[in-house]
Design a protein around this ligand. Structure first.
Ligand code: 3H9
Length: 689
């Protein structure tokens, strides 16, 4: 008894052995933990005075899963299967005591125990699919036996955890622990011993193993996950639980796991997992930097963007004032927020009383002095420098000392905006993506004078709002939109050379994006870019012609595509086709059929090239940051790891040669390989090295 190793501790509380793991931050089941658990269970088994065992964790959570950093390394026994065999082989009751998030391999250990108790706030789930995997330690065989195959499949294919209350209703959790979890675990274990309750193992149960509804559920759950290997493997494994004996199902699960973990898709998703967490770090920030407390927010501008940002605050439980100097616009904005919430309620995504609570956190006002109480102000007014500067001048006068002053600009110079105040150290960009209450990406734009604690505050706030914050430098379009501009330019060229919108979009969708560039521009509104181009004296032949013909996108029922009334389905538009063909002929371009492969390359390589320039200029700090931006802001297929990761998979020499070819053919110097690509390719390296 006592300390088993640096991570695992075993102590006795009367006749109950308590095994506690402490491997911060999330108690991942690394080698030392597995070894410690096996040894602790051996000792508990052999100790005649021990009548029952409680397995729990210190710190913020029960085991959050296998240690992902060990994937791809040579396996080091004992494996997770060995831990589970030690649990199941225990002739005395074993109780898992759950708090925090019992996920993946962690939940699988709990499923092998005879009993599970959880604190009310605990969540349990099998999120492996989000890493391009399936649960590989028996989860696909045990969970269906416990909750039925259909429900298990839903949990496994979506990867979404469930709360303790639902887990109890489903029979996953035997009891909800009030008060101290370990004491509750010990009390529960004593009761089991005193009552002489039989030790049933989940693997031995089959009363819920029915195929009813399974095929339909599998179809519905996977139909939008085309191109991805893991969901199909999850379906196969759960189906095995119905049709095969337990041991055979387990063996097949391991096979599928081994195949997926070695595959490109899981590697790509693991890259994004770590890149996302890395993105929250700011390289030169002193470790002692503390974010400022945020108790109240204010949003200036009640337009679509401002309203969406206010919803983010309200959803995160932070009271927020929305200020718009025009009463009619303010009212329209507040009505839009309420309508958005009502839609979510009607779709079952939100309880009506929760909507009321969220609405109650949003206060509308027409006077800017409402910002005086706010710890953070996000400006989302018209995208015009003079207007923004005027607002920031006022904010400087009205906002409290140390308030974070953020602009939601997507194009303007954050440093110039900061200079409109006497406190540029508190100013930065918080670039939300539309719709702001849905899209996870948050570009945090660091100005020349932005202080570290302002940056730390923005990152912490971003995470609290449920966003994925990535810090970028100041330039036109920042990281995401500057790369997008390259794709848009190439879309124009492809349209002029011979492709039609539906063909370009189909190629991009086949690559894995949820929508193609033309449908995306229709959704965002073509007129937005048109106005910006007019201001900058730039032209885009086809897009400008479309705007001149009133094709603003979905809002006018026609853009690159046409839309039936009330529908968002893009339909090919003969009028657009005519306009494109005329544009080609006016410019003397002989249209030609363009292969799908070429379309995909031309949609992607110019973006990678711009990404390399952003790295050279220090606007993006890490290739992984760019990957995260594209995955969370623009629908880059996460199982392809992001553009810079994808470039490394292609090989930078190939990227360089292709770009050189396209630059030569188009005469566009922007397509010439960025010096960083040329250098890395010459050295045989990639962005990731
Ligand atoms: C699995 O279990 C396979 C089995 O079925 C079969 C095996 C045979 N490993 O997210 P955070 C790190 S697959 C290693 O910021 P939060 C993370 O990188 C696994 N490291 O905290 C970060 O490090 P750093 C199935 C991990 O409070 C730090 O912990 N499980 C792991 O916002 C804090 O993370 C999952 O997929 C890990 N498993 O969220 C769960 N997990 O500070 C994955 C985290 O150096 N994890 N780290 O940047 C999560 O979803 C979240 O981390 C969690 C906490 C919700 C737990």
């Amino acid at each position: 008894m006592g300390s088993i190793n640096a991570s695992v501790d075993l102590r006795r509380d009367g006749e109950v052995a308590v095994v506690t793991t402490d491997n911060p931050p999330v108690n991942a089941l690394k080698h030392e933990v597995r070894a410690g658990l096996v040894e602790a269970l051996r000792q508990a088994r052999e100790d005649g005075a021990v009548k029952a065992v409680v397995i729990g964790c210190a710190g913020r959570t029960f085991f959050a899963g296998a240690d992902i950093t060990e994937f791809g390394q040579p396996p080091r026994p004992p494996s997770l299967h060995d831990v589970i065999a030690a649990v199941e082989g225990m002739p005395k009751p074993v109780v898992a005591a759950l708090h925090g998030t019992a996920l993946g391999g962690g939940f699988e250990v709990a499923l092998a125990c005879h009993f599970r108790i959880a604190v009310p706030g605990a969540r349990v789930g099998l999120p492996e699919v989000k890493l391009g995997l399936l649960p590989g330690a028996g989860g696909t065989q045990r969970l269906p036996r416990l909750v039925g195959p259909e429900k298990a499949l839903r949990m496994i294919v979506t990867g979404e955890p469930i709360g303790a209350a639902e887990a109890q209703v489903l029979g996953v959790v035997d009891d909800i622990a009030e008060g101290d979890l370990t004491s509750a675990g010990v009390t529960f274990a004593r009761r089991v011993v005193a009552e002489g309750r039989p030790l049933s193992l989940v693997r031995e149960r089959d009363e819920k193993l029915s195929a009813e509804g399974f095929a339909d559920a599998a179809e519905t759950l996977t139909q939008r996950l085309r191109g991805q290997d893991a969901p199909a493997a999850c379906v196969e494994a759960v189906r095995n639980a119905i049709v095969l004996p337990f041991e055979e199902g387990l063996r097949r699960e391991s096979e599928l796991f081994r195949r997926l973990v070695a595959g490109d898709q899981s590697k790509a998703r693991r890259h994004v997992f770590f890149a996302e967490r890395e993105a929250a770090r700011i390289g030169d920030m002193p470790e002692t930097t503390k974010p400022r407390p945020i108790g109240r927010g204010a949003v200036i501008g009640a337009g679509t963007m401002g309203g969406g940002i206010a919803m983010c605050f309200a959803n995160a439980g932070i009271p927020v004032s929305v200020v718009d100097t025009r009463r009619d616009l303010l009212q329209r904005g507040l009505d839009r927020i309420a309508a958005n919430y009502r839609t979510t309620v009607s779709r079952g995504g939100l309880a009506a009383d929760e909507m009321e609570r969220r609405m109650a956190r949003i206060a509308g006002g027409t006077e800017l002095d409402a910002v005086a109480q706010a710890d953070v102000v996000v400006e989302a007014v018209f995208e015009e420098m003079d207007v923004k500067k005027q607002v920031f001048g006022e904010l400087d006068r009205l906002a409290k000392k140390d308030a974070l002053l953020a602009t939601n600009t997507s194009t303007l110079d954050v440093d110039e905006i900061a200079r409109a105040t006497g406190r540029p150290r508190d100013v930065l960009g918080m670039h939300f993506f539309s719709p702001a209450n849905v899209m996870r990406l948050l570009e945090i734009v660091r100005g020349q004078e932005t202080s570290f604690d302002a940056l730390a505050t923005a990152v912490a706030l971003g995470r609290r709002l449920g966003k994925v914050p990535v810090t970028v430098g100041v330039c036109y379009g920042f990281v995401g939109n500057r790369m997008l501009a390259r794709r848009s330019a190439e879309t124009e060229r492809l349209l002029l050379e011979g492709a039609l919108p539906q063909r370009i979009d189909a190629a991009v969708v086949a690559f894995g994006f949820p929508m193609g560039p033309c449908a995306m521009m229709d959704l965002a509104g073509l007129d937005v870019g048109w106005r910006i181009r007019q201001g900058r004296g730039e032209r885009a032949v086809i897009e400008d012609a479309l705007c001149e013909a009133g094709h603003y996108g979905q809002k006018t029922g026609k853009g690159y595509f046409r839309y039936d009334a009330g529908s968002r389905t893009p339909l090919p538009d003969p009028e657009v086709e005519k306009l494109i063909l005329e544009s080609s002929s006016r410019l003397g371009i002989n249209r030609r059929p363009i292969a799908e492969e070429e379309i995909v390359e031309r949609m992607i390589l110019p973006m990678i090239n711009e990404g390399a320039r952003l790295l050279e200029e220090g606007i993006a700090s890490r290739p992984g940051d760019i990957d995260v931006i594209w995955v969370y802001g623009y629908g880059w297929p996460v199982w392809r790891g992001g553009p810079m990761y994808y470039a490394d998979r292609l090989g930078l020499a190939r990227v360089r040669d292709k770009l050189t070819d396209y630059a030569g053919r188009s005469g566009d110097p922007a397509l010439r390989p960025a010096p960083l690509i040329a250098r890395l390719a010459a050295e045989g390296r990639g962005f990731g090295s």
